[in-house]
Ligand binder design. Sequence first.
Ligand SMILES: Cc1cc2nc3c(=O)[nH]c(=O)nc-3n(C[C@H](O)[C@H](O)[C@H](O)COP(=O)(O)OP(=O)(O)OC[C@H]3O[C@@H](n4cnc5c(N)ncnc54)[C@H](O)[C@@H]3O)c2cc1C
Ligand SMILES: NC(=O)c1ccc[n+]([C@@H]2O[C@H](COP(=O)([O-])OP(=O)(O)OC[C@H]3O[C@@H](n4cnc5c(N)ncnc54)[C@H](O)[C@@H]3O)[C@@H](O)[C@H]2O)c1
Length: 445
Amino acid sequence: MTTKFDTIIIGAGPGGLAAAYALAEQQQVLVIENDLWGGTCPNRGCDPKKMLYSAVSARDQASQLQHFGLSGIPTIDWPELMTFKRAYTDKIPAGTLSGLKTANIATVHGQPHFVAKNQIQVAATTYQADYFIIATGQAPRVPQISGSEYLQTSNDFLALPELPQRIAFVGAGYVALELANIAASAGAEVHILQHNQRILRDFPEAYTQLLSAAMTAKGITFHWDTELTSVTKHADHYSLATNTTRQLNVDAVFAASGRQPRLASLELAAAGIDATAKGLLVNDHLQTTNPQVYAVGDVLAKKQPKLTPVAGFEGRYVAQAILKSTETAIAYPPIPEVVYASPQIAQVGVKLADAQQQDEKYQVLEQDVTQWYTFNRIKEPTARVTTIFERQTKRLVGAVVYSSIAEELINDLTGLMTKQVTKDQLSQQVMAYPTPASDLAYYYV
Ligand SMILES: Cc1cc2nc3c(=O)[nH]c(=O)nc-3n(C[C@H](O)[C@H](O)[C@H](O)COP(=O)(O)OP(=O)(O)OC[C@H]3O[C@@H](n4cnc5c(N)ncnc54)[C@H](O)[C@@H]3O)c2cc1C
Ligand SMILES: NC(=O)c1ccc[n+]([C@@H]2O[C@H](COP(=O)([O-])OP(=O)(O)OC[C@H]3O[C@@H](n4cnc5c(N)ncnc54)[C@H](O)[C@@H]3O)[C@@H](O)[C@H]2O)c1
């Protein structure tokens, strides 16, 4: 049996779904998913992580305000926190599926593979389309070492019914730091094994050092220059051997050393699509080496950060390209990145290291804002904001924020950057006071 659609989308995460809804107004669209409808972000990523983080950030605020009107630091009840998380995540797959059906988008659950340039097969059915969009995202990469079968991933962490007492994370990127912070706040003994001496390699080192010091002060142990070489299971714990003489005994160990594109089993060669270990190769219109097949989201080999809003932006762009309502190359706006630790680190636009190397082009304003009213009111131990301006135009082109309210501030700064708002224009706007936004003019040169 062959069934014909205008566009077939593989993967029902934020990227695939954004494209599906944008196309469905004018096209017959099929979405194929082989796991959870909704994808990583709402099921096993951003959203459940941040539900756990809600309790952590409330606890952080309470501990900062000890002796400033609050006494007693709340404790985190892990099983209750997980029930709170599940009340959200359990509804995602069915809710996503019903949204697709309401929008008249056809759905198939199963494992697809290409059989020709314009045909894909799921079980016994072959589906044909004018266009395809691959939006299959990434999966955690698990190091292939002796005992790797005992390594868990972020998927497992976000579903832990009980919090293990002693936990190790391998890697010191987004996933390791955010989950380690949650585990430590909830009362676990936490170890981070990092193969070099650098956390969050894309963020400025001066800021990441502040974060690793804050996490160390919270009781998290960083094992620098440490590579996990094997995991051995014992009756009631795991022992971790490393390249150093140190051996570590823990109750759970999580691989957080990066993610890899989910492409196996799609049989890309049958459709003439090229990929590397980093993901699908696309041109600046997000077409793969088969021009009828587009790709969006985390599955791309790209320099932009692999984040939910980026996947959604790409999904909407590809829908426009397929509907012929745009012929121009994709133009990404400034993309804010936030690491939800305690505190948060956020950045957007021109990287601080690049700006510092090009003094003739950029003016950098670095401010320790700890004593400013906004941060003092909530007793932040340390808060920093750096803004970067293009000298010639005086335009705000980049920012870095280290604070528990970095997520709000970086969005405000990203909005100003995207709309190219000058200091004079900003002074024409009245902000509610006192709020983080009412400080914005002070971040301008
Ligand atoms: C722990 C964690 C926390 C995160 N936190 C944040 C955050 O705070 N903010 C943020 O912006 N980003 C965050 N991210 C990243 C974010 O989840 C991704 O950028 C986003 O989900 C990418 O969307 P996508 O549609 O490209 O891929 P995905 O969301 O991964 O969706 C891909 C879909 O394709 C399906 N699929 C895969 N292979 C096939 C196949 N062969 N056939 C059919 N279907 C297939 C998958 O099952 C999945 O449903 C986090 C990620 C993780 C792991
Ligand atoms: N807040 C957010 O927006 C958020 C949160 C979580 C995840 N994410 C997304 O998910 C992606 C994946 O996150 P991640 O933390 O898994 O990856 P990452 O790339 O951020 O970090 C990987 C870490 O593993 C280390 N590493 C790399 N190779 C290794 C090896 N062979 N052995 C040991 N360690 C090794 C790296 O030095 C780094 O510390 C992020 O890049 C981001 O796109 C975003």
